[in-house]
Design a protein around this ligand. Structure first.
Ligand SMILES: [Zn+2]
Length: 155
């Protein structure tokens, strides 16, 4: 199933992603018309923006900074606070949302907010973790409003 070219391509990706230093902005190699989801964590909305270098976009709704989430980011529903906490936490820990097609061996990102910290601890070198963590972005408000899903749930 895995062709030689495919293997080579993956190795190339791994080399770019690296295991020691975290490269900045894997996606900048794409053209300017490459649309990437940018999220406002305050409004819990996502906007597709053409990504150009270090350009900073602000939320058309509230004026907060938008965060570039990666091409494969799917915005949760606005009222799905737990999911937004999850994606915001992953973002804060340096993860971006890429296609698993490019990283078939990558462990799947957690479904639940409560699983994020363990996931990050277990996968410090995850290929989607391309930025330095910014713990100031961790959703503290979400922790207070955190839904009571702490009991063990069937998976
Ligand atoms: Zn906003």
């Amino acid at each position: 199933m895995t062709s030689r070219d495919e293997k080579q391509r993956r190795m190339e990706i791994r080399r770019k992603v690296g295991s020691r230093s975290l490269p900045k902005h894997v996606e900048t190699q794409q053209g300017p018309d490459y649309l990437v989801a940018h999220a406002c964590f305050d409004c819990r909305k996502s906007f597709k923006k053409a990504r150009e270098r270090e350009q900073v976009f602000v939320c058309p709704n509230c004026g907060s900074k938008l965060y570039s989430m990666g091409r494969s980011f799917k915005a949760p529903k606005k009222d799905h606070l737990e999911k937004w906490c999850k994606v915001q936490s992953l973002y804060a820990y340096g993860f971006r949302f890429f296609s698993y097609h490019s990283y078939p061996d990558a462990p799947k990102l957690p479904e639940r907010f409560k699983d994020v910290e363990a996931f990050v601890a277990e996968n410090p070198q995850h290929p989607f973790r391309v930025e330095e963590p910014n713990e100031a972005l961790l959703p503290t408000a979400g922790k207070q409003k955190r839904p009571r899903h702490d009991r063990k749930l069937p998976t």
